[in-house]
Design a protein around this ligand. Structure first.
Ligand code: GDP
Ligand code: MN
Length: 397
């Protein structure tokens, strides 16, 4: 689950990580009230208005702007809320902005080269360990830094049996070129950031930029946070942070009926049991010259009800021009799945307007093929994997 910047900062704050303070607002009126409250708390009359969408690069797209008085707060908030924000990380259509974070301005006026760093905590899947990734090149996107100046990116791996050790946090501060009060602040910042990542069961905490203020404070100005969905049951207070407006609507619906579905760009819908077979099926479709429209694992119980739900989800994607059903009958018998396909097809009336290729392999595969072939429906059966992919290509041609 991805979070908004303001939500990520709330979590950081709860673990004692210093953040640029802010208040979220749904409209220009609320933004002005938020700015007033922040001025009362912090003393600063300048604010940054930041679009809250699940995409980075907002600054470049015009989604982060400085307001020097309340009139500007109102104007800028009014302009950003409701806009379609296009950034290097959104699609070409951009993302609709529903809310802004009104934050205290923490930059020194006229400072053309503020001290901005990049610090993230993430799982290194190769080593199976959490690591701190950090760089002196804050404020720009890390992919560019990795490409152009890879020697300016450092990492610190964490041994899971002891956790992040203080000397490691000091090494981060040292490599970032800090000294004195800022060095101590950075050490504390990194330790608290790691605790936040660990205790919230996150898979990513990316803080870009981390700012050294003119009085040597270290604070998070931005926060990109991903919480591991499988750990959400341990964090009931985070569950409400999900903003489904930011998610793919078909994926949200699939999730509600318990289907493991990921929307993709191609035109061949896939219905498969098991994540491994689903991946292999997508590979085969590609090899045969097609493009998968989705990843879909229907799980172990591919009965008529489930197959019907899967059909409905797949067909919500207008790009789908054919559907490949690839089921391995191990525990679930192929003939039951085949019956499920036939029943679901009939149940759906004429909702299915694209050709369907079914490959059932495993227990009772022969009975299953017989069932499909004699059903009189626009469903073709295949025995071999390759044969199935070729049939898909044939119907698309
Ligand atoms: P992103 O573009 O989506 O990564 O959004 P960020 O939260 O990182 O903000 C983009 C940029 O806005 C930062 O790199 C800063 O340079 C700038 N920015 C953020 N907060 C402030 C602030 O308080 N004052 C000023 N002047 N600039 C800020
Ligand atoms: Mn950023």
């Amino acid at each position: 689950m991805n979070l908004h910047e303001y939500q990520g900062k709330e979590i950081l704050n709860s673990f004692g990580v210093r953040i640029q303070r802010g208040i979220v607002a749904q409209n220009a009126h609320e933004a002005v009230a938020a700015a007033k409250q922040l001025t009362a708390e912090t003393g600063t009359g300048w604010h940054v208005i930041k679009a809250q969408v699940h995409a980075g690069g907002r600054g470049k797209g015009g989604g982060v702007k400085l307001a020097k008085n309340l009139k500007e707060v109102e104007e800028i908030a009014g302009q950003i809320i409701g806009m379609n924000l296009i950034t290097p990380q959104t699609s070409a259509e951009g993302k609709k902005v529903h809310q802004v974070l009104v934050a205290e301005d923490v930059y020194y006026p006229g400072d053309s080269e503020p001290d901005e760093f990049y610090v993230s905590v993430l799982l290194n899947r190769t080593s199976g360990r959490n690591m701190i990734m950090y760089s002196t090149e804050g404020g720009m996107d890390i992919e560019t830094v990795a490409e152009e100046t890879p020697h300016l990116i450092f990492t610190e791996e964490v041994d899971p049996s002891v956790g992040l050790l203080p000397f490691q946090a000091r090494r981060v501060a040292f490599n970032l070129g800090l000294s004195g009060g800022a060095f101590k602040e950075m050490t504390k910042f990194v330790m608290a950031l790691y605790t936040a990542y660990d205790k919230s069961d996150a898979s990513l905490f990316e803080i870009n930029p981390v700012l050294k203020t003119s009085d040597d404070k270290i604070m998070a100005v931005d926060a990109k946070v991903t919480i591991d969905d499988n750990a959400l049951y341990r964090h009931k207070n985070y569950v409400d942070m999900r903003d489904i407006r930011e998610e793919n609507p078909i994926e949200v619906e699939a999730n509600e009926v318990g289907l493991n579905y990921v929307d993709l760009d191609g035109n061949v819908g896939c219905m498969v049991n098991g994540a491994g077979l689903a991946m292999a099926t997508m590979d085969l479709i590609k090899q045969a010259g097609g493009e998968p429209a989705n990843f879909l694992d229907v799980g172990g119980t591919a009965d008529a009800k489930r197959v019907e739900e899967a059909f409905r989800i797949i067909l919500k994607d207008d790009n789908v021009k054919a559907i490949l059903i690839n089921i391995f009958g191990g525990i679930v018998r192929c003939d039951r799945v085949a019956q499920g396909v036939v029943d679901a097809y009939k149940n759906m009336g004429d909702a299915i307007k694209v050709p369907i290729i079914v490959r059932l392999q495993g227990t009772n595969a022969d009975i299953a093929k017989e069932l499909i072939d004699s059903s009189g429906l626009d469903v073709q059966s295949a025995v071999q994997f390759q044969e199935a992919a070729d049939k898909v290509q044939a119907v698309l041609a």
